[in-house]
Structures are given as structure tokens and as C-alpha cells.
Design a protein around this ligand. Structure first.
Ligand code: NAG
Ligand code: NAG
Ligand code: NAG
Length: 380
């Protein structure tokens, strides 16, 4: 009789312990550990992870990359991370491929390495030597015919080439060989823009083997490639990869324009654009497929829920911060007039790239100056 009771009692304790372990591991009982616990969509095993805070973002032209860059600048700014910054304006190289001599001493760090690199450059693998270990490599791509149209109108190619896009396609792009001889605008803008920014040389634009080789390299080097047409989904997935709360992905579109600027092209013209941008088309197709796989791995229903949540966050920020919206400047991009007495989030989320970059430069310069003064004292 007594033995049976002890047996029941033992079984009860075992069940209780199992239950407690289970509850702790799924975070129903707080344990005081600071990192958040996430449950990977497919695996039943709970995985403990911490926020990642090193990122290299290859900023591609006309792919909403200013909007993404602002998200990353705000994250790094709030977390006091070290940015690799251009010493003036907003480019670090391009047309020249990135090399370490482009790192400005004035804004460098104690170890000469960085947490964040989010400004325009032309990719070379030398980037890896200036990023701290554990860096996540990210870029963003766009459907190449739409990208070329955006490039053409944003940078006023019509004035430079003295014709509208339709004429440009007919007269200059109908022949792929001659298209390759068109000098790049500002030495950096033209056909196959995404591959150019990602480091491909123009001699390879027509060489299928070399294009594939280059795309394979990008696939190896980059952890995540976002897709312009699915910006919100891309941001949700980026937050997941970085283990950032979704609130960190809040944005107001920057350096972007209203749809009215876009030219409607005939199907023939679009086909021609895709032919001359063959390298970019191959790049885009490869990573769109990868993106689809990532979406299905993450779970489409879960993704939709998170997109909805991000849209609510963005709407709340818009209402909290913005008085009115206007189109201004070189290409009639959206600019935000903020409400009076808004908070820091509003100030930085609506700040354009050049202004925010100067501000980060100041912070980093002051920090480095203090470190240097201290080093000087200690070495004397
Ligand atoms: C590295 O960049 C500098 C410009 O900052 C350039 O003058 C130099 O030629 C580049 N070196 C190589 C090997 O490309
Ligand atoms: C481009 O220019 C041609 C010739 O001036 C004109 O016929 C055509 O309508 C223009 N296309 C657009 C989309 O403006
Ligand atoms: C394409 O353009 C190049 C250079 O202008 C020329 O040599 C070649 O004959 C053209 N090819 C065709 C098919 O028009």
C-alpha cells in the first residue's frame, strides 16, 4: 500500500518537473535571462538567440535602398554602433571598387573594423576585411526593366542623352553591342546597374559564364537579398534574421517618388530593356526564387500577420510625426514636414541620407577624438 503511494508521488514529481522545464523553455516563466527566446517556424526545438548588430548593406541604386538605409542608420545610431562612413557626401568608392584605403582615418575605430556599412559603394570582397565578425551581408534587388525606367527619370538621363526613354531604347539600346559602349552616366549609372553596384565589370555583361560566376559569388557572400517589390515582406524577414523587434523596421519612404513620374512603356520596349539588362535579369530571377523559398520556410500566414503589424506601426508613426507631405528637390522626391514638438524617432525617420550621414559623422568624430586624447595621455 505504502509503496504504491510512494510510486504515485514519484510519478507526480517527475511530471511536475517536466512541466516546469517546458514552461521555462518556452518563456512562460521568466528566468531573468536578457535574451529573447524565439521558436523557429518549422522546428519544435526552441532556439535561444540574441539580436545581431553587425550588418553590411550593399546599397543598390533605385531599389528603395535609402528607405532601408535609414532603418539601419537609426538602429546603429540608437545602439551606438561603429559605422564605416564616407568622409564626404554619401559614397565610399563607385566607380572604383571598395578597397581599404577608402576608410577615412578621421572616422575610423580602435581596431579599424566596423559594425555597420550602409552607404553606396561598389562591392568587392575586400569589404569583409573591415567588417567585424558575425556581420550579416544584405542587399536589395528590383525588377530590372522597372529599375532602368526609374534610373532614367530620376537622374534626368533625358537631358544628358537628349531624348526620352522610348527614343533612347529605339536608338541606343536596340543593339546590345552598341548598348555596352554607352558611357555610364557620372561614370557609374547605366545598364545592369545592380550587377555594377555588386562589383561586376562591364566586359562581363554579355558573358553568360561570367555572369553566373558573379551571381554565385553574390549568393555565397550575401546572407539575405531583399526584393523591392516585396519591401514589407523583406523587412519582416530581415527583422527575423537579425532578431530585431519589428518596431525597428518602421519607416517612411525616403528618396522615393509618386507613381505619376513613371513612364508607361510598350511590351516591345520592356523586352528590349530586359535584353540589354540581361545580367541584371539573371541576377533578379535567381534571388527572386531564393526569396520565394525563404517566404515559404518562414510561413506565408505568419508573414502576412507580420506585414499587417508593420503597416500598423508605420501608420502610427506617420500620424504621430508628419504634418504634411510634399515632393521636392532634384527628382521631386517625397519630403516630410514634421509636426511641432515631435520626438527623436520622428526626427531621424524623416531625415534624408546626407543630413543623417553628417550627423553620424559628427558623433563618431567626437567619440574618436576623445579616445585619441585619452590614448595620447596614457602614452606620454
Ligand atoms: C583604392 O582606392 C583608392 C581611392 O581611395 C584608389 O586611388 C586606388 O587606386 C584603389 N586601389 C586599388 C588597388 O584599386
Ligand atoms: C518620346 O519622343 C517622341 C518623339 O519626340 C514622341 O513621339 C513620343 O511620344 C515620346 N514618348 C513619350 C513617352 O513621351
Ligand atoms: C551594333 O552596333 C555596333 C557598334 O555600333 C556595330 O558595329 C554593329 O554592326 C551593330 N550590330 C547590328 C546587328 O546592328
Amino acid at each position: 500500500m505504502r509503496l504504491v503511494k510512494i510510486k504515485y508521488c514519484f510519478a507526480f514529481i517527475v511530471i511536475l518537473l517536466t512541466l516546469i522545464t517546458f514552461l521555462i523553455s518556452f518563456n512562460f516563466i521568466p528566468t531573468g535571462f536578457k535574451h529573447r527566446t524565439i521558436i523557429e517556424s518549422k522546428s519544435p526545438q526552441p532556439v535561444t538567440v540574441t539580436e545581431k548588430n553587425h550588418i553590411f548593406f550593399l546599397k543598390t541604386h533605385k531599389c528603395a535602398s535609402s528607405t532601408v538605409q535609414n532603418i539601419l542608420m537609426r538602429f546603429g545610431h540608437m545602439e551606438n554602433l561603429d559605422f564605416l562612413l564616407p568622409s564626404i557626401h554619401n559614397y565610399i568608392g563607385n566607380p572604383i571598387h571598395f578597397n581599404t584605403s577608402m576608410v577615412s582615418n578621421k572616422y575610423s575605430t580602435v581596431d579599424g573594423k566596423f559594425d555597420m556599412f550602409v552607404h553606396h559603394t561598389r562591392y568587392s570582397q575586400e569589404v569583409k576585411s573591415v567588417m567585424r565578425s558575425g556581420t550579416i551581408y544584405v542587399t536589395i534587388l528590383r525588377e530590372p526593366a522597372a529599375l532602368f525606367q526609374s534610373l532614367y527619370s530620376f537622374y534626368h538621363f533625358d537631358k544628358k542623352y537628349k531624348c526620352n526613354l522610348t527614343e533612347f531604347i529605339t536608338n541606343r539600346l536596340s543593339n546590345k553591342t552598341s548598348a555596352n559602349y554607352i558611357k555610364r552616366y557620372n561614370n557609374k549609372l547605366g545598364i545592369n546597374q545592380m550587377n555594377w553596384d555588386l562589383g561586376m565589370v562591364t566586359n562581363d555583361f554579355e558573358n553568360i559564364d561570367m555572369i553566373n560566376k558573379h551571381i554565385n559569388m553574390i549568393e555565397r557572400d550575401f546572407d539575405f537579398v531583399m526584393i523591392f517589390e516585396y519591401l514589407d515582406a523583406s523587412l519582416v524577414l530581415l527583422a527575423h534574421i537579425m532578431q530585431w523587434p519589428l518596431e525597428k523596421m518602421a519607416y517612411l519612404p525616403l528618396n522615393s517618388r509618386k507613381n505619376t513620374y513613371k513612364q508607361i512603356l510598350s511590351n516591345d520596349d520592356v523586352d528590349r530593356l530586359l535584353k540589354v539588362n540581361m545580367a541584371d535579369n539573371m541576377l533578379y530571377k535567381r534571388f527572386l526564387l531564393k526569396f520565394k523559398k525563404m517566404v515559404s520556410k518562414y510561413g506565408i500566414e505568419k508573414l502576412k500577420k507580420e506585414i499587417k503589424r508593420l503597416m500598423v506601426i508605420n501608420q502610427e508613426i506617420l500620424e504621430m510625426c508628419v504634418q504634411s507631405v510634399a515632393n521636392k528637390g532634384y527628382a521631386g522626391t517625397i519630403s516630410y514636414k514634421l509636426k511641432a514638438n515631435t520626438n527623436a524617432i520622428c526626427k531621424y525617420i524623416a531625415m534624408n541620407e546626407l543630413k543623417y550621414t553628417s550627423y553620424l559623422r559628427e558623433i563618431q568624430y567626437e567619440r574618436q577624438k576623445k579616445y585619441n586624447e585619452l590614448d595620447k595621455l596614457m602614452n606620454n
